[in-house]
Design a protein around this ligand. Structure first.
Ligand SMILES: Cc1cc2nc3c(=O)[nH]c(=O)nc-3n(C[C@H](O)[C@H](O)[C@H](O)COP(=O)(O)O)c2cc1C
Length: 185
């Protein structure tokens, strides 16, 4: 069965984005959805060599294959300087064109320290994925003041956001199943 790939949109060690990805993964697990996680922190260093535009290192192939073979993507992005992280754009640029995103369902979750919860980067990403002919899932989740969302024990304390993530997951799993039924990737 094809998987939904949950992408952690930064490679910053110890990122809150990865913590949110783990929360989302738990939700997908509870719903018995087939999923996996792509963490940009795990990208091989050699993909950042300028020669990678022309020749992709073999170590990048598992990452590209997982995107190309996915049933859909949940993209989780923090806000960095009013946009999404440079490493995420580089990852997008390294993936095969057009098959990585053409006709692929994509869903967005944003998080930031500020009050808008990464509204800006998610809308930037929607432009890019629109350009790439992805099926953009309209129900987005924004997580403001994300550093306050965890207690000292590291537990997530925002039940309202958890509910939104849960509703998004329910609807996105349905959305992906619809596309798999009528237009399998
Ligand atoms: C380079 C950098 C730039 C950032 N710029 C913003 C910003 O423009 N707006 C904002 O709300 N938070 C900003 N933040 C804070 C992040 O949103 C915050 O660290 C949050 O925890 C998500 O990022 P993380 O996954 O790296 O932890 C920035 C963080 C970094 C590392």
């Amino acid at each position: 069965m094809k998987k939904i790939e949950i992408i952690c949109g930064t490679n910053r060690p110890g990122s809150n984005t990865r913590r949110v990805v783990d929360i989302i993964a738990n939700i997908y697990r509870q719903k018995n959805a087939s999923f996996d996680i792509i963490d940009l922190h795990d990208l091989p260093a050699e993909i950042f060599h300028p020669s990678s535009y022309a020749v992709k290192p073999a170590s990048f192939k598992p990452f590209a294959d997982r995107v190309v073979n996915s049933a859909g993507i949940v993209l989780v992005s923090p806000e960095y300087n009013g946009g999404f992280p440079g490493v995420l754009k580089y990852f997008i640029d390294m993936l095969p064109f057009p098959e990585s995103f053409e006709d692929r369902p994509v869903c967005f979750v944003g998080l930031g320290m500020g009050q808008w919860g990464a509204l800006r980067p998610i809308e930037q990403l929607q432009h890019i994925f629109g350009y790439r002919n992805a099926y953009i899932f309209p129900y987005r989740v924004f997580m403001p003041a994300v550093h306050k969302n965890f207690n000292e024990a590291g537990e997530f304390v925002r039940d309202d956001l958890l509910k939104m993530l849960d509703e998004q997951a329910t609807k996105f799993i349905d959305f992906v199943a619809h596309f798999q039924a009528v237009k399998p990737l």
